[in-house]
Design a binder for this molecule. Structure first.
Ligand SMILES: NC(=O)c1ccc[n+]([C@@H]2O[C@H](COP(=O)([O-])OP(=O)(O)OC[C@H]3O[C@@H](n4cnc5c(N)ncnc54)[C@H](OP(=O)(O)O)[C@@H]3O)[C@@H](O)[C@H]2O)c1
Length: 357
């Protein structure tokens, strides 16, 4: 599936140049991997303050043998597309500089995902350039690809939000979430915390855990509610895997719902989606969505079961947080914005068998 339009980037030139700010991190490393294999992009710069001058392969072993070296973020050259994979707060501080350097900025952080300054006041520590919130387009292509064509700034959706929204979006569109109570429990891998991690992310502390974190008030709740148009009760657990986000959503609808209604809603939204697979029951080991089945890929798996006696729908959604939940989603969004094939550079399958993803 190819989107139409192109904005200001000249996609008829030989290759579209792309740089990455924050390329030494986990999401930046995945961006490097994806862009290196992308048929339309040519990598220009990859920044890291800590590793400036060192080869990208010295930080990301799968990229050993690549010529590219890290540069300083202050030495950005002009480029067609700039991907920014930096901690919260960095892109909003440097957005003018980034837009001077590139026709299209694709940000992986939360800096431009919410619509209003009031939301940033409520969920974050405010916003330093609220005037740009209108310019940015949120990117979860399955939900709003029509907003991305020709965008100047794209805010790639958050990982837990992506898993949750993909699980619930067909129900929202079908009106099944209207008046429903929704409880979401997400289990996440350690790579969500970034390469820097922290004491709680050390191997000794993290190994073997099923650790509740952000039992209430998780920031992604704002993003989820913004796109589903309903409130959700959201809790996260850190679990013993490296990659992956798995959302279990309990929906208590306001009226009767049948299996046929549910299949109609999910098939209607996802039958033509290149990166969403329905996985609901059947036989075999991987009967419902789980992160291991999508590790390393840009695919999401979504499934559900109707608990008729309890008037509950239980929805499962699984993604790889550093691909579909960040770098892959950002590349998918750029593909749409620039009018490339949506699946360009993202069609590969994962590995099986693998250990903890
Ligand atoms: N990890 C995930 O699963 C995931 C999923 C969705 C979205 N995200 C978002 O993506 C962003 C990156 O996440 P991550 O997990 O990759 O983090 P990370 O591993 O900690 O990487 C952060 C990167 O940003 C660079 N950086 C830090 N401060 C900077 C500054 N002031 N100016 C320029 N570069 C700076 C770091 O390199 P130097 O310090 O060497 O410059 C590093 O390359 C975050 O906003 C995160 O919320 C992450």
């Amino acid at each position: 599936m190819a989107a139409t339009p192109t904005g200001d980037v000249d996609v008829d030139s030989e290759a579209v140049s792309a740089s990455i700010v924050g390329a030494s991190g986990f999401a930046g490393g995945e961006l490097l991997r994806l862009l290196a294999g992308h048929p339309e992009f040519e990598l220009s710069q990859a920044t890291s303050r800590e590793y400036a001058g060192k080869s990208v392969g010295s930080v990301h072993p799968p990229l050993r043998g690549t010529d590219l070296r890290f540069s300083q973020p202050g030495d950005l050259e002009s480029v067609d597309v700039l991907f920014t994979a930096t901690p919260h707060g960095v892109t909003m501080e440097h957005i003018d500089e980034y837009q001077d350097a590139a026709e299209l900025v694709v940000d992986l952080s939360a800096d431009f995902r919410l619509d209003t300054e009031a939301q940033y006041d409520e969920w974050y520590d405010g916003h330093s350039c609220p005037g740009k919130l209108d310019v940015a387009q949120y990117a979860l292509p399955e939900v709003n690809r029509e907003n991305l064509a020709g965008a100047d700034v794209i805010a790639s959706g958050g990982c837990n939000a992506t898993a949750t929204i993909l699980g619930l979006y067909p129900l929202a569109e079908a009106g099944i979430l209207d008046g429903a109570d929704v409880v979401v429990d997400v289990k996440v891998g350690s790579s969500e915390g970034g390469a820097g991690g922290g004491a709680a992310s050390s191997h000794a502390e993290r190994s073997g855990v099923v650790r509740p974190y952000a039992p209430t008030g998780h920031r992604h709740e704002a993003e989820i509610e913004q796109w589903l148009g309903t409130s959700v009760s959201f809790t996260c657990h850190a679990v013993d895997m490296v990659r992956g986000a798995s959302a279990t959503c309990h929906v208590f609808p306001d009226g009767p719902v049948s299996n046929g209604d549910l299949w109609g809603a999910y098939r209607g939204e996802y039958d033509d989606e290149p990166f969403v697979r329905m996985q609901a029951g059947g036989s075999g080991t991987y009967r419902y969505p789980e992160p291991k089945a999508v590790a390393g890929t840009n695919h999401a798996e979504v499934g559900f079961e109707l608990d008729a006696s309890n008037e509950r729908i239980v929805v499962f959604s699984a993604i790889d947080n550093v691909v579909k939940g960040s770098a892959g989603q950002a590349v998918h969004a750029a593909n749409v914005a620039l009018g490339f094939e949506e699946t360009a550079g993202l069609e590969f399958a994962g590995l099986h068998p693998v250990g903890s993803p």
